[in-house]
Design a protein around this ligand. Structure first.
Ligand SMILES: [Zn+2]
Length: 136
């Protein structure tokens, strides 16, 4: 199926609309509603992960235990693979009214790019060291 195929080929955690815009090139008759329905079915079947980030649904075909890092400035979603974090959260949860079957860990912060930009804005004097001359 084109939708799952596409989702497996990207690391961008696209929205349904982003998936639709790609898949419709192969299947011009497909509608956004169909893409939505398929994505929801796939996540209910446990074939993909549905994430809610910044009020938007994002989809991920990577079913390995991993965590997500969301940049608060540019909205980029990065994967980190530290399965011990998810395992620890699952092991440590204490509830008598709830049996967890999975966990989603989302970190919020700045991506490398935005972090660099913030630093450069704060300290423009760093630029003068970019002369290319190596000091010993
Ligand atoms: Zn992911």
């Amino acid at each position: 199926m084109k939708i799952l195929e596409h989702l497996k080929s990207v690391k961008t955690h696209p929205t349904a609309e982003m998936v639709y815009n790609v898949v419709k090139k192969d299947i011009p008759s497909i509608t956004l509603a169909t893409v939505y329905r398929n994505l929801n079915c796939l996540s209910e079947d446990g074939k993909i992960v549905k994430l809610e980030i910044n009020g938007e649904f994002r989809f991920d075909a990577d079913m390995g235990k991993h965590q997500h890092c969301v940049c608060k400035k540019c909205g980029k979603i990065l994967d980190v693979f530290q399965k011990e974090i998810s395992e620890y959260a699952l092991k440590k949860i204490k509830s008598t009214d709830f049996v967890p079957s999975g966990v989603q860990v989302i970190f919020y912060g700045n991506c490398k790019h935005e972090n660099k930009r913030a630093k450069n804005n704060k300290r423009p004097e760093i630029v003068k060291d970019n002369s290319g001359v190596k000091k010993r």
